[in-house]
Design a protein around this ligand. Sequence first.
Ligand SMILES: *Cc1c(COP(=O)(O)O)cnc(C)c1O
Length: 231
Amino acid sequence: MLEENLKDVEEKIQQACARAGRDRSEVTLIAVSKTKPEEVLKEAYDLGIRVFGENKVQELTDKYEALPKDIHWHMIGHLQRNKVKYIIDKAELIHSVDSMRLAEAIEKEAAKRELIVDVLLEVNVAKEESKFGLMPEEVEEFVEKAAKFPHIRVKGLMTIAPFVDNPETNRPVFARLRKLSVDIDAKKVNNITMSILSMGMTNDYQVAIEEGATMVRVGTGIFGARNYTQV
Ligand SMILES: *Cc1c(COP(=O)(O)O)cnc(C)c1O
């Protein structure tokens, strides 16, 4: 099943790239493996997957220890400041910087360890009450402040689009994040780039790619439904 799912997702990514006139190499597939046991990740690894996304610190660090060292781990979930220290040297990219206090905590820990940490700013494009993330109108000022942190490199933006039946409904959300990143990029703020747009999940990654996503985060579409009661 995993092999077929991966093939199917890969095909759909290629088709979306073709429709948008983009090169397949512009889009990184992140296999979102949260709640899935290590054996299943190993199976995906053996099928060639090297980029995994997790949303919990403990789960990411456990899997990091257990699985091969050439895996690239992405932290995609809300991050508490007191847990930064556990993943700062394990996550290749933190997608979910959603407050200045979190950015400060990352800066402090990174300075202590003499690391430079790559991050994305999470934007609550659709302004959903239930979601973390900066409001779109806050992002520019945030970027200017974050640019002053010597141990943080802002690489782009991330959003979690609303849960919708028809993925087309999220097209304006993705377009808005893209526009925000283009506008910020045009300001040429020192020390930051807007090269990464992390948007699109199982339900809507094809639309997200058409709208410029450079990273898509696909869980269910690769691993099947999650069973939270087993965790
Ligand atoms: C779980 C999760 C995903 C993957 O969701 P699917 O719908 O299973 O593809 C993507 N991004 C984030 C931030 C998640 O928490």
